[in-house]
Design a protein around this ligand. Structure first.
Ligand SMILES: NC(=O)c1ccc[n+]([C@@H]2O[C@H](COP(=O)([O-])OP(=O)(O)OC[C@H]3O[C@@H](n4cnc5c(N)ncnc54)[C@H](OP(=O)(O)O)[C@@H]3O)[C@@H](O)[C@H]2O)c1
Length: 334
């Protein structure tokens, strides 16, 4: 019986170890900082984006680039801002919001995926999508995003902090600048964007905040030391903020998914290392996005998509931390 319990716990742990993004690329502490503001409709069609990019977007030199800003243009209707909304879970969240009629502000670093997200979402759902190309790990980003939103008096109803950095290596094998980047993106940007947008969310209350953590944030994981630490910070931050903002009619939720196949590497890795149980636990990005938005609007605090993932999360949170860290350690040593 004891052996069976240990085996089950190990499987649960294995799965949650791999419930984080792989293959996310970083250029170290400072992926090139560039800002591209595109404020359609109308104007964007008159901008030859390619020409502008050729002329100015040499982002390696940390140029701050603004295109087509129109601070006086009133933006009508309810908006949701998705930080990390061009791909993966963030895009799925954006699509679930678009399905419900929300206009969107999408933030990511790369323009190509931002534009393709905008095109699909606008043509499919008849909503309006604004794009901000910017590195959320940069200190100044939160203020710039907030100014952009307040200048346009945007009716911000939902803030989604999605972008995160994991990767296959962690604390003892990564250089300090990459670890700092992880902390800045996973924790600092969530904290800063939330704080600076709070007045706008309060003004438009009832409103919502959705922070994306991970099942890896439910317990310490030696081989994913800093990643799980940053995600546990997001979980704790969300718990307290949920309590603190209730009176202001701002509901705070925290999404903590198991494996989500947002990239082929994650599928291959899960299959190779976890076999059928990992494949069974995985939830598609589309379903994760839909569940996340539905439960956020239902004011649910902790959201774990998928039945098997929910059961695993229950055990992970139930077992004493020392047991869990030892089990995770053994799994990591294999
Ligand atoms: N996939 C999983 O299995 C899994 C499991 C549990 C939790 N999570 C969490 O879910 C979140 C999303 O994961 P995902 O797998 O969907 O990732 P993804 O497919 O790589 O998408 C990440 C999104 O964030 C943007 N982004 C990344 N770094 C950024 C930065 N520094 N500044 C601005 N935007 C940035 C990306 O666009 P650009 O690259 O263009 O910037 C993209 O839109 C992460 O917080 C992750 O920890 C994922």
């Amino acid at each position: 019986m004891k052996k069976k319990l240990l085996l089950f716990a190990s499987m649960v742990i294995l799965v949650s170890v791999y419930s984080q993004p792989r293959g996310l690329k970083t250029t170290g502490a400072g992926p090139s900082a560039h800002l591209l503001w595109v404020v359609p409709p109308g104007l964007v069609n008159t901008i030859s984006l390619g020409a502008v990019i050729k002329a100015k977007a040499s982002s390696a030199d940390n140029t701050i680039l603004q295109i087509g800003t129109m601070p006086d243009t009133p933006l009508q209707g309810p908006y949701a801002l998705v930080a990390g909304g061009s791909k993966g879970i963030g895009y799925a969240i954006a699509e679930a919001l678009a399905r419900r009629g929300y206009n969107l502000v999408l933030i990511a670093r790369h323009l190509d995926s931002l534009y393709s997200a905008k095109n699909i979402l606008e043509s499919t759902y008849g909503i309006h999508v604004e794009l901000l190309a910017y590195d959320l790990a940069k200190e100044e980003t939160a203020d710039i995003i907030t100014k952009w939103c307040t200048d346009r008096n945007i009716q911000l109803k939902i803030l989604c902090n999605v972008a995160g950095f994991g990767g296959a290596r962690d604390y003892l094998s990564l250089p300090l600048d990459t670890l700092r980047y992880m902390v800045r993106l996973n924790i600092e940007s969530t904290m800063a964007v939330t704080l600076s947008l709070l007045p706008l969310l309060e003004k438009n209350a009832p409103s919502y905040i959705l922070n994306v953590a991970s099942m890896a944030g439910f317990a310490p994981i030696p081989i994913k030391n800093l990643y799980s630490a940053t995600k546990s910070a997001v979980v704790f931050f969300s718990y307290s903020l949920h309590y603190q903002l209730k009176k202001k009619h701002i509901s705070v939720s925290c999404l903590a998914p198991g494996p989500v196949f947002t990239k082929p590497e994650i599928r291959e890795d899960t299959k190779k290392k976890l076999g059928w149980i990992g494949m069974k636990m995985a939830v598609s990005p589309e379903r994760v996005g839909e569940i996340a938005v539905r439960e956020t609007l239902n004011k649910k605090l902790i959201i774990v998509p998928g039945s098997l993932a929910k059961i695993s999360a229950f055990f992970i949170r139930l077992l004493p931390r020392r047991w869990i860290v030892a089990l995770y350690g053994r799994v990591g040593d294999k």
